[in-house]
Design a protein around this ligand. Structure first.
Ligand code: ADP
Ligand code: MG
Length: 287
């Protein structure tokens, strides 16, 4: 039977803005030794600002237009940022054959031309020679009808709360904090260094994230739990695979919230440590 204090623990967590979907997760949270975190939308705001538009073939507005049309059906934070920067009405009748290529970008037929918008991996995949760019921010390359068209540079910001979140995890007794991201090595390393994370794995495809978590699950001690924290649609398989899946519910996708065992109702990653501390206290009372 479930000790009465466990209900208090779940109630206490919910007052702090964290939904724990079952009393068994309190115990797992209290015994967590590894916290694995997704970057975009979890540690960073996930709402990017466009800082540069480059093309030697189109005007900046034209390039933004191609990108906006190609990204129209995507709900990725990158797509949202590009659409916002373009800011004009979209004629969806001009868009056909949309394909989202996970961890790479998008492909769509716009006004009869095939448009690719995504990272260097996507350009390599489609054999498009792209311009090498300075490693600041996230670069979205564009190709129109098989020809390189330019790039859009966008920059994400670390959440104000993230630094404190990592410090609090160490205080709560977490042995290792590890970041997983599909973003470039340059961007990933910068965020990991700024936040003092123990480890960062970058340029991962969604399937690579699952694989990394599986590896880490095998390496950890038997009673030490692994918690994964994420917010995106792509994160659902990883959330399901970890001992405890924690979704950032503030802006998180429905798929992530559904797949998670614990949901943080705000966009503050420091709540991860908060709920771990509450769980430890609850277990001490129960014993
Ligand atoms: P993460 O959440 O770890 O940053 P994702 O798997 O969502 O990773 O995306 C990884 C990378 O794939 C992004 O950094 C970006 O380069 C590229 N990408 C994904 N979706 C899009 C999109 N809709 N438009 C352009 N690039 C994209
Ligand atoms: Mg993500």
């Amino acid at each position: 039977s479930v000790p009465l204090s466990f209900f208090g623990g779940i109630g206490g967590a919910s007052k702090s803005g964290v939904l724990v979907k079952g009393s068994n997760y309190l115990e797992a949270l209290a015994n967590t030794e590894l916290v694995v975190v997704d970057k975009t939308g979890t540690l960073t705001k996930g709402s990017f600002a466009v800082s540069e538009v480059y093309s030697d073939q189109f005007s900046q507005e034209e390039l933004l237009k191609w990108a906006t049309y190609a990204e129209d059906y995507s709900s990725h934070p990158i797509a949202t940022s590009i659409k916002k920067a373009y800011g004009k009405t979209i004629h969806t009748a001009k868009i056909k054959d949309v394909e989202e290529i996970a961890g790479h970008g998008v492909k769509a037929v716009v006004e009869g031309k095939e448009v690719l918008a995504g990272n260097a991996k996507l350009m390599n995949l489609k054999h498009i020679a792209y311009k090498d760019t300075a490693s600041v921010g996230t670069v979205v390359h564009l190709a129109v009808d098989g020809k390189y068209a330019g790039y859009i540079r966008i920059e994400d910001e670390i959440k104000q709360d993230s630094r404190q979140a990592i410090i609090a995890l160490k205080e709560a007794g977490i042995k290792q904090t590890i970041m997983l991201t599909g973003d470039s090595d340059a961007v990933g390393r910068k965020v990991a260094a700024a936040l003092n994370l123990d480890k960062a794995y970058t340029e991962l495809l969604p399937a690579d994230k699952v694989e990394r978590v599986e590896e880490l699950m095998q390496k950890k001690s038997e009673k030490g739990m692994l918690a994964f924290v994420g917010d995106g649609i792509n994160d659902a398989p990883v959330l399901a695979r970890a001992d405890i899946g924690i979704a950032m519910g503030g802006l998180g996708s429905d798929a992530a919230i559904e797949a998670a065992d614990v949901v943080i109702m705000t966009d503050e990653p420091s709540k991860i440590a908060t709920v771990m501390k509450i769980s430890k206290k609850t277990l001490r009372i129960a014993r």
